[in-house]
Design a protein around this ligand. Structure first.
Ligand SMILES: C[S@@+](CC[C@H](N)C(=O)[O-])C[C@H]1O[C@@H](n2cnc3c(N)ncnc32)[C@H](O)[C@@H]1O
Length: 387
């Protein structure tokens, strides 16, 4: 079915919102103000999901996407917008989630700090591999077919060069049955996992602010480091005391600076490789007042040691799915005077904020950081205190 629509605004998930013939329509890769002919691809509940057949009248915010894979590759979905409008759309996505899902009435002004680089910023990636088709790149939009990518314009130059070297490898050199490669860069090179041929899962090191971190391709590391010093400064400004928790701590990005501000810190991380790096990063920084527990946060938080802890500050930085219900419940039970929630998904952040606000917490301040230019994703940091 084809429909003519006008895009009203950008929604969480990055879709353009339109209404036509009594339907609510979510349009991929749209710009607010576009007049479009769209093709309905599927229906979910009352919502029709559509793709653009023809741009009838382009929005003043629409630009020609510079990447030749845009539209087919599932990696970027905001290249049709000027960078300024990408930032405005992200602020609106956060506002929408906080009002609609978290039901927060009095919202602070939402400012999204731009990335120092809106292209060639990405220092971590996962490249999908299809051995049968001999393709390497990212999944195509809405599919598990691999879009064969020769040049990815958001990768930092070191990763782009690595992509070219991987693409030049002989197919028989790839580990049999390989489905994807994880790759990350650092001050001393590029780490790739799993290792094969000349490509190694080397240990990397990177300075962020006053701290230095070791990691490799098998542990989580933030993908855009340009904004991390200001993000960390906002998250940790004025916090200090006896005891802090760093939940979902990765290789210890926040654990190190927290250990300089609190007498005791506990980090919790489920990936054993990330846990090992976090412990080593603390050791190399000669910080002996923190320990890192290798466990799922929901499991650890049920333990009697966790429940009896007297906590002054909780920093949580969960994956996109947000924190498990049991985790939010126990955080509320800690009655820590302050919490900082770092999130890469405004919808799950809002779901969890609603519970925290029912548990007595109020938003003290909020800031957002554009760690993911050319996509609808955004990092939000919310500081809360007990009301
Ligand atoms: C968004 S990352 C944040 C890591 C770290 N705070 C940073 O900024 O580098 C989320 C981390 O949570 C870990 N993780 C995912 N699910 C978890 C769980 N249920 N329990 C503990 N850690 C988990 C992941 O391995 C990853 O390191």
């Amino acid at each position: 079915m084809s429909l003519e629509v006008e895009i009203e605004r950008i929604l969480p998930g990055g879709y353009g919102l339109a209404h036509a013939e009594g339907n609510t329509i979510f349009v991929s890769l749209a710009a607010p103000g576009d007049r479009l002919r769209v093709r309905v691809e599927r229906q979910q509940g009352n919502v029709l999901f559509a793709s653009i057949e023809e741009v009838l009248t382009p929005s003043p915010d629409r630009i020609e996407p510079p990447c030749p894979y845009f539209g087919r590759c599932g990696g970027c979905d905001f290249q049709q917008l000027t960078y300024e409008k990408q930032l405005a759309a992200k602020a609106e996505i956060i506002r929408d989630c906080l009002q609609r899902i978290a039901r927060i009435e009095k919202l602070p002004e939402i400012f999204v700090t731009p990335s120092p680089r809106d292209w060639r910023y990405r220092m971590r990636a996962m490249w999908q591999i299809d051995e049968d088709q001999r393709t390497i790149g990212y999944y195509e939009r809405g599919s598990r077919r691999v879009c064969d990518v020769v040049d990815c314009a958001v990768l930092v130059p070191e990763l782009q060069q690595t992509l070219e070297r991987v693409r030049a490898a002989k197919w028989h050199e790839f580990p049999p049955g390989l489905k994807h490669l994880d790759v990350v860069s650092g001050d001393n090179g590029v780490s790739l996992g799993p290792a094969f041929a000349e490509f190694e899962t080397v240990e990397l090191s990177l300075a962020i602010g006053d701290e230095r971190y070791s990691y490799n391709a098998e542990a989580f590391f933030q993908i855009n480091t340009g904004l991390l010093p200001s993000l960390m400064e906002f998250a940790l400004r004025d916090v200090s005391g006896e005891m802090a928790l760093d939940l979902y701590c990765g290789v210890g990005l926040f654990t190190l600076p927290l250990s300089r501000r609190f007498k005791q810190v506990i980090g919790v991380e489920s990936n054993p490789i990330a846990t090992r790096f976090a412990r080593r990063n603390l050791q190399q920084a000669q910080l002996e007042n923190a320990r890192v527990i290798n466990a799922g946060v929901a499991d650890w938080i049920k333990s009697s040691a966790a429940r009896s802890a007297k906590v002054d500050f909780v920093l949580l930085d969960p994956p996109r799915a947000g924190a498990e219900s049991a985790v939010i419940k126990q955080i509320i039970d800690f009655r820590a005077p302050r919490i900082c929630y770092v999130s890469c998904d405004p919808a799950t952040l809002a779901r969890d904020l609603r519970k925290l606000s029912a548990g007595g917490y109020v938003i003290e301040s909020l800031s957002a950081f554009d760690l993911f230019p050319q996509t609808h994703h955004v990092e939000t940091v919310v500081r809360l205190h007990l009301g």
